[in-house]
Design a protein around this ligand. Structure first.
Ligand SMILES: Nc1ncnc2c1ncn2[C@@H]1O[C@H](COP(=O)(O)OP(=O)(O)OP(=O)(O)O)[C@@H](O)[C@H]1O
Ligand SMILES: [Mg+2]
Length: 361
């Protein structure tokens, strides 16, 4: 991205509580109009990162710039209201005694007419035209969430910080509101940092995903890349169930029940883990004790026995034990596929969908 379009730039941000590091050396850049999802498990330091950018938590070290201007560094610490950041937290509490219009206008310092224009414009944008005179208790959860979005956007913040903004909403509402929110954010052009612990939400909302673990950002990239080229086993496992096949790399080859895998760059004699998502295991039927012929794409098939099969709506999950070695693997099959326990099937693994990692020491 060009230097001029960078809205938010954080460098080497760190924070410890009582000597325990919670955010360690976090760096991120977000352009105008870009949504970056900060994704990671509970307690990994997402909210603390967001709070430091907002100016409500003081970093121990590092720097934060907005449109090139330092808002925090060794010499600077601007208060939240001077940073041009908008905030939406999980409990996006509207002011109950104010009307919707007054809530949205709350942070506006313009004259009455300009305020009214901006309020109308935003209520239109979040699909709540005419809701201005209502009070928050007269709105549904989804409507309140959209008012909170309008309120946060009203002063045209350069950076929008959102901490699990959809987690209070019921499932059926959530997707629609996510999409509306995304459209509005794009139209307003703020740089958005959205915190979530849900991979689906990050994949759906993010132009970029920053995957966080134990206070560190372990991987940053477009959703497609983070999903399809995880940096390690844990990064792969964060997005879906995974199967792990272990083997020992010898002369850049690792033997497995699915034939040999090229494992260049792995220590000779070192254990490697071949990771594959359930949807990339292919199932084939047994033909009188024989399986499908090997192909370069799918390698050699391995025979297994069904332990259990479950129907999950869009897909069926089939758990099998391999004849060779007895390892258990899970395959996901679109639609309905419910073979009985004990059924013999053949499994192949999509070579181009495998990730090979060194076994963590
Ligand atoms: N003010 C504080 N004092 C002491 N410890 C804190 C403080 N704020 C956060 N922590 C600790 O820092 C760690 C990270 O907290 P943080 O809220 O950033 O996590 P998170 O990634 O947002 O998690 P979640 O997904 O559960 O919201 C946690 O172990 C938390 O207990
Ligand atoms: Mg949090």
């Amino acid at each position: 991205m060009s230097q001029s379009s960078v809205r938010l730039e954080i460098q080497h941000l760190s924070r410890a509580f009582g000597g325990v590091p919670v955010v360690s050396d976090v760096s991120l850049t977000i352009a105008a109009g870009q949504v970056t999802c900060l994704l990671g498990p509970s307690g990994c330091g997402k909210s603390t990162t967001l709070r430091m950018i907002a100016g409500v938590e003081r970093p121990d070290s590092g720097s934060i710039r907005i449109d090139g201007r330092p808002v925090f560094d060794a010499r600077t610490n601007l208060p939240p209201e001077a940073r041009s950041v908008g905030l939406i937290f999980q409990d996006f509490a509207l002011f109950p005694h104010l009307t919707v219009a007054q809530n949205v206008a709350f942070g506006l310092k313009t004259d009455r007419e300009a305020k009214a224009r901006r309020v109308d414009e935003l209520l239109e944008r979040v699909n709540l035209p005419g809701f201005g005179p209502k009070h928050p208790h007269q709105l549904s959860g989804g409507e309140q969430q959209r008012v909170a979005l309008a309120r946060a956007l009203a002063p045209r913040p350069k950076v929008m910080l959102m901490d699990e903004p959809f987690s209070g909403l019921d499932n059926r509402l959530r997707d629609g509101i996510r999409d509306t929110t995304l459209e509005v954010l794009k139209e307003e052009g703020a740089a958005v940092l959205l915190v979530t612990h849900e991979p689906d939400e990050a994949l759906r909302m993010g132009d970029e995903i920053a995957l966080m673990r134990g206070g560190h950002i372990v991987q940053t990239g477009a959703p497609y890349n983070v999903y399809n080229a995880p940096v390690d086993r844990a990064a792969a496992a964060f997005f879906s169930d995974i199967n792990v096949i272990r083997g020992v790399s010898r002369g850049a080859l690792t033997e497995t029940p699915f034939g040999s895998f090229l494992t260049p760059g792995h220590a000779d004699g070192g254990t490697v883990e071949i990771v594959i998502r359930p949807q990339h295991l292919k199932i084939d039927l047994d033909r009188a004790g024989r399986g499908p012929s090997p192909t370069p794409m799918d390698g050699t098939a391995a025979r297994g026995t069904v332990i259990r099969a479950r129907f999950l709506g869009r897909e069926s999950l089939v758990e099998l034990a391999l004849d060779e070695g007895g390892q258990r693997l899970t395959a996901s099959v679109p639609g309905v596929f419910l073979p009985k326990p004990g059924t013999v099937l053949w499994l192949m693994i999509r070579r181009d969908r495998c990730f090979v990692f060194p076994h963590p020491a």
